[in-house]
Design a protein around this ligand. Structure first.
Ligand code: SAH
Length: 351
């Protein structure tokens, strides 16, 4: 047995005092603790993300930004990244932008002090923010978020034989376990699911909706576009997608909170609705898969050019290309969404 962590103790006390926690509170606090003190990325860490697989990923995103900026008439823009990890994507993207004449001010929205330190090393002149509230509001924005939304806390409801209840986390003296809350929530469940089989779970991410509405509002202020890349689904569906990863393996999500990365699949249909609500000028939203997006941006030619320049790396480059675009790897599970203002040109990479 491992020693219980401080967070385990705190959750147990909270549950003893005031009853089960919502899945969102459990996930939110576990992730805040998880990210605050460590670098979880790479082969020595818990999981690997696209920018850590190959420089080609960040370069394609830099190209996407520079192309849009050029066609928009080279306005003043700031590059904004949400949850930049080690700063690798930003560094590769900014290098590609610079080759095309774009050198934007850089702003990172990041909660983790440990990751802020790494991001500062990768992009020394980036400015840091806790939220979107402090971003500049006098310039157009190019906003990028890779594997950011999947880390935001989800809420769940579960159908019981006594109606729909919030799915909560309790402790039985030995381990955390899921339980059904007391209040009946049938009223908030969409008509189509009211009579679903007992055991059916629905998941929603209010935090993602909040971030997305704020992104759309910010873009509508001075123009620009956002690019959200993550694993998830283009159509909402029932089921829990909560998962935990430690050392590149799936582990039980409720065991040892704060020591594994907790994520949920991103519901892009819900993000689309969030982006389109409440924005006076309206925004355009388009989605595709990561594989199709990277192919349309020319990742295959980029891989070939890298192989010509570094023939000794040919196998590694081919393997990285495959991981990023092949349907059985990241190509189809990962989706890409762009949000842009109607008075800007359409971003490339989408149909
Ligand atoms: N984009 C990076 C890292 C993904 S991991 C990559 O692709 O490699 C998730 C990132 O989001 C981390 O940097 C984490 O610290 C940050 N993060 C998670 N929740 C956050 C929140 N609520 N506010 C700000 N940053 C957050």
């Amino acid at each position: 047995m491992t020693e219980p962590t401080d967070l385990t103790q705190r959750f147990r006390r909270l549950i003893a005092q005031s009853g089960p926690l919502s899945v969102a509170q459990f996930m939110g606090e576990a992730n805040a603790e998880y990210y605050a003190a460590r670098d979880p990325l790479g082969s020595a860490g818990d999981f690997t993300t696209a920018p850590e697989i190959s420089q080609m990923f960040g370069e394609m995103i830099g190209l996407w930004c520079a192309d849009l900026w050029q066609r928009a008439g080279r306005p003043d823009v700031a590059y904004v990244e949400l949850g930049p990890g080690r700063g690798t994507l930003a560094r590769d993207a900014l290098r590609a932008m610079a080759r095309l004449g774009l050198a934007p001010e850089t702003h990172f929205v990041e909660a983790s002090p440990a990751l802020r330190a790494l991001q500062h090393g990768a992009v020394p002149n980036a400015r840091f923010h806790d939220t979107l509230d402090t971003l500049p509001n006098d310039t157009a924005l190019l906003i990028v978020a890779n594997e950011f939304f999947d880390a935001l806390p989800v809420r769940q409801v579960v159908r019981t034989d006594r109606g729909w209840r919030e799915r909560k986390v309790s402790h039985d003296g030995d381990r955390f376990l899921f339980v059904a809350g007391d209040s009946v929530l049938d009223g908030i469940v969409p008509e189509a699911f009211r009579d679903a089989e007992p055991g059916t779970i629905l998941e929603a991410c209010p935090a993602a909706v909040g971030w997305m509405r704020e992104i759309a509002a910010r873009l509508s202020l001075r123009g620009g576009a956002a690019l959200v890349l993550d694993y998830g689904m283009l159509e909402s569906k029932a089921g829990s997608t909560l998962q935990a990863v430690r050392r590149h393996r799936k582990v039980k999500p409720l065991t040892a909170p704060g020591t594994a990365d907790l994520t949920a699949h991103v519901d892009f249909a819900a993000l689309r609705i969030a982006a389109s609500t409440d924005v006076r000028a309206g925004v355009r939203v388009a989605t595709t898969t990561q594989g199709a997006f990277l192919e349309r941006l020319g990742i295959t030619s980029r891989a070939q050019a890298l192989v010509r320049a570094h023939p000794e790396q040919a196998l590694n480059i081919a393997a990285a290309h495959r991981r990023l675009v092949a349907p059985q790897d990241m190509g189809e599970l990962f989706k890409v969404m762009t949000i842009s203002v109607p008075y800007w040109p359409k971003p490339i990479g989408f149909d």
